[in-house]
Design a protein around this ligand. Structure first.
Ligand SMILES: [Zn+2]
Length: 223
């Protein structure tokens, strides 16, 4: 079910000098009750980019999801996140206290970051073997797991650094990786979640100046 995975598509339209978020364009404006039939071009609804994707459809990517529950329902901006890496068939490799898991389900609502530069075909061909070989080394046995220091992040980051080395690029430490890749995306996800939940609760959500209401960074793509 599409709705259970990435959520209902969220749209935005303008009326009454406000930005109105909703899941469908109503016949009349929810604020002034005026007929929405004859819209001017600048009032035409636009769809809001959904920051979540079905991770099982992403190849060679880094995935992020709440450890418990889903982003749209349970995530509160501070919830623990679990991370993994997909192979070319959408199987999500991730490290837990039970060792390396190869999930074929459960990552349907993820934030995804592609790991391969365009044109790295040789690496793509070897990807599944690299990932499988990497995952069967002793470093990722269940008893080696430590919640704070040898966890799902250690596993994915170590793998990502192997790939970066193969591509001739600089390695990343955990802070760099988090700042550069994870934080901007969880920030975008949090904004989307706030709009989504408000629209779901009230049927629509109107803001004067979305930039102030939801405080996205300059150039934020939500409104
Ligand atoms: Zn109106």
């Amino acid at each position: 079910m599409q709705h259970a995975e990435a959520g209902k598509p969220l749209i935005k339209f303008n009326h009454c000098k406000k930005c109105i978020y909703s899941f469908s364009v109503p016949r009349c404006c929810p604020l002034c009750r005026q007929d929405m039939g004859s819209r001017r071009l600048e009032e035409a609804p636009v769809s809001i980019a959904n920051p979540f994707t079905n991770g099982h459809q992403e190849k060679c990517s880094f995935l992020l999801r709440p450890t418990q529950g889903t982003f749209l329902r349970e995530y509160d901006g501070r919830s623990d996140l679990h991370v993994g890496i997909t192979n070319t068939n959408g199987v999500v490799y991730n490290y837990t206290a039970h060792g390396v898991q190869r999930d074929e389900a459960g990552w349907e609502q993820s934030v995804s970051i592609p790991l391969l530069q365009p044109g790295m075909f040789g690496l793509r061909d070897q990807w599944d073997k690299y990932l499988e070989d990497f995952s069967t080394t002793g470093a990722w046995l269940p008893h080696r797991y430590e919640e704070d220091h040898h966890n799902c992040y250690s596993y994915t980051l170590t793998f990502i650094n192997r790939i970066l080395t193969t591509e001739g690029r600089e390695q990343l430490d955990k802070n760099e990786f988090t700042e550069k890749y994870v934080v901007p995306r969880t920030r975008t996800a949090s904004k989307y979640i706030a709009l989504y939940r408000a629209a779901a609760e009230h049927g629509f959500y109107a803001v004067d100046h979305p930039d102030e209401e939801t405080s996205p960074p300059p150039g934020g793509a939500l409104c």
